[in-house]
Ligand binder design. Structure first.
Ligand code: B12
Ligand code: SF4
Length: 463
């Protein structure tokens, strides 16, 4: 316990973020830490949250390999830890590519005071707990959703590698937004959806996990099964966000929002009354969309959907990705969205060893044929925790999402990287010819609100 009183003090930290110079710098409310803080606070534990991304959004360090790290610098993090004088420092690490930043924060905590107990949680430590706890600066690793586990660690009931119990969303308090600088997130206004038309956006979670098991995805491997919140609780949180923070738009971060159609329709019917816009930029399952659902989405404030198409080759979808999507589901959705005015983005994954160059080119042609406004072509990358990772783990030594880490029998890694870069650039910039009115509506209005040549380049190249 800290010297001044007998209560445990816990500091939760979202580390700085490393990414390509060319990528868009997002600034999202850290919902995971928000939930952990709410649970700790409810139990009377003294807790604070430091999000190095929002606090140091404009501080960038460039690296030799074309990457930047943005966020609070180590000295400032050290100062904040010293000032708060916590017993526990909990560090979030959602992405394996950010692991070095998370380990560094644990080291900084130990530098401040060796007796601080460090805890790391998130997708990366959940997928590779042994590798994470091998770092002498990491005392505890939480595998899975952290609400119950962090409480048990802070209360001294569990330690080391702690596997989370199943979390019921019905019992969870709302994220502790009052512990974070909400106006800074809103002011920076870089949510997941890059073309967001609103000035006051925040992230929200209505469901967790997913009942599917796509081979490239790690979500279902460490989270408990698919769960949804009570509709009334979701609507009450949205009302609270509108009243307290004057939120105009929800950035719904759910991995698979529309699994239970009856529940979604109830939620959307309630949202209609609240007058708020929303997008679910993480990618929506095409099979969950029907005409009634799309109309309800539009009426409840949806302005854009990101369709998780993944591949235009049925064999790749079924045998390699294992996603229950049929390609003929896509066109009717596109037609209805066009008619009712929902803008469409689409996600594709290229570079599977089982996919030919021609099939990759077909993804591009399919996207053009469907007339999506924008698209993201990603290179398949072996995310720790996914089945693809297990399959290929002996064949790569470094995971870099811009690079083709998995060897292809007929194409060099460089060929795949160039092809995917070309797809992204030419598909997104060609909107000016494909649909000039939409081009001006999206790009020009976004740039008028956030003027920057750099942003324009990033919008075309984005993944
Ligand atoms: C926000 C987000 C981002 C942000 C990053 C934010 C950040 N600071 O790291 C941005 C937009 C930048 C991003 C980018 C990418 N993302 Co992303 N992203 C998300 C997203 C949509 C929401 C996270 C969230 O708020 N979840 C809700 C909260 C409640 O859950 P949580 O954060 O996981 O927190 C819980 C637990 O993890 C744990 N926990 C978390 N932190 C801590 C800390 C402690 C101390 C403890 C005890 C527990 C704990 O407890 C929390 C409460 O239960 C998730 C999808 C999702 N629905 O989770 C994907 C997700 C994390 N992303 C994913 C991926 C793949 C990517 C990209 C690689 C996509 C791409 N191809 O470009 C890029 C990576 C770019 C890069 N440079 O590294 C994968 C990660 C898989 C993996 N094994 O790494 C996810 C899970 C999506 C998926 N379907 O698979 N992403
Ligand atoms: S990619 Fe989407 S649909 Fe597939 S398992 Fe992951 S969250 Fe579910």
């Amino acid at each position: 316990m800290s010297e001044n009183n007998n209560k445990a003090k816990c500091m939760l930290i979202m580390p700085a973020f490393t990414q390509s110079k060319k990528a868009m710098k997002r600034c999202l409310f850290p919902l995971g830490l928000g939930y952990l803080a709410a649970v700790l606070e409810k139990e009377g534990i003294d807790v604070c949250v430091l999000d190095c991304i929002v606090e140091g959004y404009n501080t960038e360090v460039s690296h030799d390999d074309g990457e930047i790290t943005f966020g609070l610098q180590d000295d400032e993090i050290k100062k904040r830890i010293r000032e708060y004088n916590p017993d526990f420092v909990g560090v979030s690490c959602l992405l394996s590519r950010q692991a070095h930043n998370a380990h560094r924060v644990c080291g900084i905590a130990k530098d401040v005071n060796k007796s601080i107990r460090t805890i790391m949680g998130g997708c990366h430590p959940s997928a590779l707990p042994e590798a994470v706890i091998a770092d002498p600066n990491v005392d505890n690793v939480v595998i899975g959703e952290g609400e119950g586990a962090i409480l048990a660690i802070v209360k001294g009931e569990r330690s080391g590698m702690v596997r989370s119990d199943d979390i019921s969303l019905e019992k969870l308090p709302w994220p502790a937004r009052h512990l974070l600088p909400m106006e800074k997130y809103i002011g920076i206004n870089m949510p997941t959806s890059v073309f967001s038309p609103s000035n006051r956006v925040t992230q929200i979670e209505f469901t967790r996990s997913c009942p599917f098991n796509c081979s490239f995805c790690a979500t279902t491997q460490f989270r408990a099964g698919y769960r949804k919140r009570e509709v009334n609780d979701c609507l009450a949180e949205v009302k609270f966000l509108k009243n307290k923070y004057r939120i105009e738009e929800l950035d719904i971060i759910d991995s698979n929002f529309i699994v239970d159609k009856v529940w979604v329709k109830q939620l959307l019917t309630g949202l209609k009354e609240l007058g708020i816009s929303w997008a679910n930029p993480g990618g929506i399952w095409v099979g969950g969309l029907d005409e009634e659902m799309l109309h309800l989405m539009k009426e409840s404030g949806c302005y854009q959907l990101s369709l998780a198409v993944e591949s235009s080759t049925p064999r790749i979808l079924k045998d390699i990705i294992n996603k229950p999507t049929k390609l003929d589901m896509v066109k009717p959705v596109v037609d209805i969205c066009r008619k009712i005015g929902i803008d469409l983005h689409a996600f594709f994954i290229c570079g599977f060893p089982e996919q030919t160059r021609e099939e990759m080119n077909n993804d591009y042609r399919f996207a053009k044929e469907m007339g999506f406004t924008s698209a993201s072509f990603n290179i398949i990358s072996p995310l720790p925790g996914s089945r693809i990772y297990e399959k290929y783990m002996s064949e790569f030594d470094d995971i870099d999402l811009r690079k083709a880490s998995i060897p292809h029998p007929d194409m060099s890694r460089g060929d795949i990287e160039k092809l995917v870069e070309k797809f992204n650039r030419s598909f997104n910039s060609s909107l000016i010819y494909r649909n000039p009115a939409m081009f001006f509506k999206k790009y020009v209005s976004t740039l008028l609100r956030k003027p920057s040549f750099n942003l324009l380049k990033k919008l075309f190249n984005r993944q």
